[in-house]
Design a protein around this ligand. Structure first.
Ligand code: ADP
Ligand code: ZN
Length: 761
């Protein structure tokens, strides 16, 4: 094993007799979490087949233990005797183009994740395994006419040879045997003599792209849409990176602008990747996109391995012009991307929650930048990061769609103050005004959407007598009552307990109270209050499969649902014309997940869910229940005033030096024994501070270690270090310096380095 960095192309100065001076070398990244590249040699046969992106087995260490690695580059280089050969090529097809490998290098470096692991994560397992591919054999004549002259061939052997000679190239074995009537044994005989060669290869089974009957809307774009489209069009084919923030309230016609811009790209012979944050959104959007393009591939977490693998192959060959998908679609292997669209760019679900912890929007921006193409980021409530980029960066441009299409009004939003009732004095989740509004909506034969941001029945159980809440034994988080399943469930570690009849404290035994309601409890309340209403509950307990979303959309469109009750997943994107009322059960800033982005998320949530009302035929209204009715985020969302919200929030962030005025990296250490975790946190903190002294940059700051908001999960104590840098490049430099100093090392079981974190729990 030799630790050479990328393959060296320099020529040797002299050539010694008998010793090869040059060899074909591959540079590989181990799949194991080791952040280094290694060089190996390949023999002639392998050299003809190995490509960047292939997985290989290579020998490591003195014992030459074989381990998988991913080929990063292939080239000629100086041979030396310490180089070992690649043992085996694992893949038939290379799944990563040079461009995707370059993108992977950036992700690996920026998000602080070993390259092999990053490249591994960019190709879905089913794609690697070529699921849905069929094995086929081809036979080909290798012997020349001269070689066969005078040889005694059987009748069948003769026929096979003749057929192959006629074909002048490879013939599929099944067809060959059918046509000649020869048996496998006959063919084997020819192969064993060396006259015919047989090769095995894999071809994809037929792929069925999403299809929908062609349906082109008869309206023309309004002025704002038209000029937005023109701005984007000016960047299509311009051979330069450009990022557009398409800023418009829900129903302002953003999707229509995306689609028309996508059509331009496709007409120019290129492909488009369109990213959506949630699988729930792919169903409805899919249909709309499929109505406008000949061939569309969808990528989301609900696909089977075979579907995913065949879609990937179809995209790779360039046959599919349009790819729509959730997170992993950002790595769609399009050979010729002309534009990327990121819908709802502010969504936190774009952040990958395991290593590599990349943010899809930011990776998309980088991919567009590397390719020199435009990217369109769409939102009614842009992330403050993107909003500020339009102020700071020349390549960013904000394009506004100031009002809803066809002069439709934004819904009227009203706050319902629930603070008078304490959390325990409020038996009902649905306040009288919301109940009345629901009743009116049902009477008018219209639909309502009710948003509750908690799963389960009650958020927690509380004993008023000894003033304790029932917590998970492993986590410092309340157990959630799931009545339909008859259990208490911890939403962090999935630990389950039976439901206690009384306070479990030995000496207490008090009567337990339920905290504010979760989705299940609200459902029960609604069912009792409106026994005739047809209620559809959508949360992660009920939406277990992709088909359920299609089912939800169909049922809503066919008016088979009167009240759609759900968690965040129903807040975005869905577009149903008969929704006249939206209710939000509790718009509060509480909970363990409260962090510096809480206000931003609250503003986004209320604005988004409000956008579900009054999309088409009917005027909409929105009732937001809250126990803190004077929060600026809520007051701004009442007026649909993003700018006012952004101004006040940005002023706060600037004063505090928080993103977007800085970059944040969060390091979380976890272990069984608290003092040990703290001690390790101190040691690492000191090392990082020492690196900081070396850099002498006064704008770099480190805080901690201190306990995480969620101090204990699965029995592990958690401490965090927070690193602030003024810019992405300053952060990268700092992290690189820490790596040079030995990296983020700890003796603990777990350490997580999260660059640009979204979840600060
Ligand atoms: P957004 O993506 O901003 O929420 P959409 O593009 O989905 O907005 O538009 C909202 C609705 O209005 C959709 O049903 C769409 O078909 C329709 N629509 C879009 N543009 C126009 C237009 N110029 N004239 C009439 N209807 C339009
Ligand atoms: Zn737990």
């Amino acid at each position: 094993m030799s630790r050479q960095k990328p393959v060296d192309h320099t020529q040797p100065l002299w050539i010694e007799e008998g010793i090869p001076s040059e060899a074909i070398l591959v540079s590989v990244a181990p799949v194991a979490p080791i952040d280094k590249l290694y060089t190996f040699t390949v023999d002639e046969d392998l050299a003809a087949r190995v490509r960047p992106g292939h997985r290989v087995m290579v020998p490591f260490g003195r014992k030459n233990r074989l381990a998988p690695a991913i080929v990063v580059s292939v080239g000629r280089g100086a041979w030396n005797s310490t180089l070992k050969p690649v043992d085996e090529l694992l893949d038939d097809a290379g799944h990563l183009s040079d461009h995707l490998i370059e993108l992977g290098r950036w992700i690996s470096q920026y998000y602080c994740c070993p390259l092999g692991r990053t490249l591994g994560a960019m190709v879905p397992e089913a794609v690697r395994r070529q699921r849905g591919f069929l094995s086929v054999r081809h036979a080909q004549l290798v012997a020349t006419a001269g070689e066969l002259e005078g040889k005694r061939l059987g009748k069948m052997q003769h026929r096979v040879v003749e057929r192959l000679r006629e074909a002048g190239g490879p013939v599929e074995v099944g067809a060959l045997l059918d046509e000649t009537g020869a048996s496998r044994a006959t063919l084997r005989g020819l192969v064993s003599k060396g006259w015919v060669s047989e090769t095995k290869s894999k071809i994809p089974a037929a792929y069925e792209p999403v299809n929908a009957e062609r349906s082109v809307p008869d309206y023309s774009l309004n002025d704002a849409q038209q000029s937005a489209l023109e701005r984007i069009e000016s960047a299509i084919g311009a051979d330069a990176f450009r990022a557009f923030l398409l800023f418009g309230v829900s129903g302002s016609g953003k999707t229509e602008v995306y689609i028309r811009a996508m059509q331009r790209v496709v007409e120019s012979g290129k492909q488009v990747v369109m990213l959506v944050p949630e699988i729930a959104l792919t169903a409805q959007l899919m249909k709309r996109v499929a109505e406008r393009f000949d061939r569309v591939a969808v990528i989301h977490s609900g696909l089977t391995g075979v579907q995913r693998s065949l879609a990937w192959e179809d995209i790779r060959t360039g046959r599919t012009p349009v790819v729509v998908g959730t997170r992993s679609a950002i790595f769609a292997p399009c050979p010729n991307v002309g534009m990327i669209v990121v819908d709802e760019e502010q969504e936190s679900s774009y952040k990958n929650m395991q290593s590599p912890r990349f943010h899809v929007r930011d990776v998309a921006v980088m991919r567009a930048q590397m390719l020199g193409i435009p990217i369109v980021l769409g939102s009614a409530t842009p992330s403050l990061e993107t909003w500020q980029n339009c102020v700071w960066r020349d390549a960013y441009e904000r394009v506004d769609l100031p009002s809803r299409v066809m002069g439709k009004a934004l819904p009227h939003v009203r706050l319902v103050d629930t603070s008078q009732h304490g959390p325990f004095g409020q038996p009902k989740s649905v306040s009288p005004p919301l109940k009345q509004a629901l009743s009116d909506t049902l009477a008018n034969n219209l639909q309502a959407v009710v948003l509750i941001n908690r799963r389960g029945f009650a958020s927690w159980l509380f004993c008023p007598h000894c003033k304790t809440r029932i917590e998970c034994r492993q986590c410092n988080a309340g157990m959630i009552l799931h009545r339909s399943r008859g259990i208490l469930l911890c939403h962090h570690c999935h630990h389950q307990d039976p439901i206690p009849r009384a306070c479990p404290q030995m000496s207490c035994g008090g009567q337990l109270l339920q905290g504010s309601g979760g989705a299940e409890r609200v459902e029960e309340e609604l069912t009792t209050t409106f026994p005739k209403a047809r209620i559809f509950r959508a949360d992660s307990d009920t939406m277990t499969h992709a088909d359920k979303y299609t089912e939800l959309v169909r049922a809503m469109e066919n008016r088979e649902v009167d009240i759609l009750l759900g968690t965040q997943m129903i807040a975005k994107g869905l577009d149903f014309p008969m929704v006249a009322l939206v209710g939000v059960i509790s718009a509060d800033l509480t909970g363990a997940a409260a962090d510096f982005r809480s206000s931003e998320r609250l503003f986004q949530l209320v604005t988004q869910v409000a956008g579900r009302a009054g999309r088409a035929e009917v005027a909409g209204r929105v009732l937001v229940q809250t126990n803190s009715p004077d929060l600026p985020a809520l007051l701004c969302s009442l007026r649909h005033d993003y700018r006012a919200f952004a101004d006040s929030e940005l002023a706060f962030r600037k004063e505090q030096g928080l993103p977007p005025f800085s970059r944040l990296t969060r390091v979380v250490l976890a272990g069984k024994k608290e003092p040990e975790v703290l001690a390790e946190g101190m040691t690492l903190g000191e090392r990082i501070r020492a690196v900081l002294d070396g850099l002498a940059d006064e704008q770099l700051r480190i805080h901690g270690p201190h306990p995480c908001a969620l101090e204990r999960v699965r029995g592990m104590y958690r401490y965090e270090l927070l690193l602030y840098a003024p810019s992405a490049s300053a952060m990268s430099n700092w992290i690189a310096a820490i790596k040079d100093d030995g990296g983020f090392k700890t003796r603990l079981r777990s350490i997580v380095v999260d660059v640009d974190p979204v979840d600060l729990a």
